[in-house]
Ligand binder design. Sequence first.
Ligand code: PLP
Ligand code: ZN
Length: 448
Amino acid sequence: MSYRAWFQCINPACGKTFPLNSVVYQCTGCHSLLEVQHDLNALKARTPAQWKELFERRYKSNEWPYGSGVWGKKEWVLPEIAAENVVSLYEGGTNLFWAERFGKVIGVSDLWIKLCGNTHSGSFKDLGMTVLVSQVKQMISEGAPIKAVACASTGDTSAALATYCAAAGIPSIVLLPRGKISLAQLIQPVSNAALVLYLDTDFDGCMKLVQEITRDETLYLANSMNSLRVEGQKTVGIEIVQQFDWEVPDVMIIPGGNLGNVSALGKGLSMMKDLGVISKLPRIVVAQAERANPLYRSYLRNFETFEPIQAQKTLASAIQIGNPVSVEKAIRTLKQFNGIVEQATEEELADAAALGDRTGMFNCPHTGVALAVLMKLLKSGKVDRSEKVVVISTAHGLKFVEMKVKYHQKELDFPCRYANEPIELPARLDAVKEALKQALADQKRFEL
Ligand SMILES: *Cc1c(COP(=O)(O)O)cnc(C)c1O
Ligand SMILES: [Zn+2]
């Protein structure tokens, strides 16, 4: 059976199509975003049971490249790529764990965390980047004059781009907002030999510049307005359902900035439904930082209008975006998935991340936004306490230790109620014994 995919304009009145090996990021006719479309009739030649069986057989196997969470679903992602052009670092297949203790504290018993940060470069961005860089490798092998791949980033896209390009031997260029990313995020592309341009602006400023420089077709654009990224990222929803033995949870909560990831989540789930692999859809919740909340504001107006804003500095730096590229796709997704948008303040997100950490997690601030939003939705009753809820944790906490250090040193603009400072002592038994005595007498110390 031959499976096919192509780019298609998302504007239903237009619908222009382009082959996947053309250098195009927006519709040349109406300037809307593009999305990858698949030949669903060809895919329907396999029954839902056969797809499930195939995906299960490949899942985390060592059969290259199908053990990857993305390439295990190759026919649904990028069916025509030649095996020798796949650039995979065994992404996906991340743990989905029952957050029993945290759930008990906040009053929901069927709570699960999908830890997308437990992957090669430490964030879910690997899922999309493996697809984009593989397609670039294929285009280069066909003779396309691509000299380098470029992106603007809040820190995780650039880390993923740099590592996949380095693995493939393709030059990468990253534009980063100076002082607005973590040290770990800065050193990742530096280590992976990217050309790192560190600019005095914010993400939206970097995004404008990268769109300018990639007008030159020899520099290929790797931001999520390039819908190849979305094709890889859409596997996260499919993988979650697969991990639940094909049972669909009631609610999925995902932090949103540029809004490519929520669009991807919806796309994967809707493809499963179209192909009969699932029969219902979950509710999708986008969690935004109050300081970078253009989608939340639009949600309050029933999505009748959308206004970009100037994003303000937030601890959730990877979602400090005021003019999200994928907003149209995200709104379409939220309408289809009975969606909710909720926001969290700096204090709410930091406390939620820290509270989660006290139950054994190690949250990045964006996951903190999602956890805080869940707590608010449980309080308001918009999410019922009996529902099966998945929080999509987008990055590894170790990429964001500066924020955690500040929190535990109480250097933030709020009380930091779960701060836990190390006790500095002389290395003497009496001093250690005294400290233990005091700490163990404090009943509350190890509680939540
Ligand atoms: C990129 C990113 C997000 C936001 O994803 P979008 O597709 O931009 O909405 C959230 N969390 C982390 C850690 C990220 O790196
Ligand atoms: Zn169009």
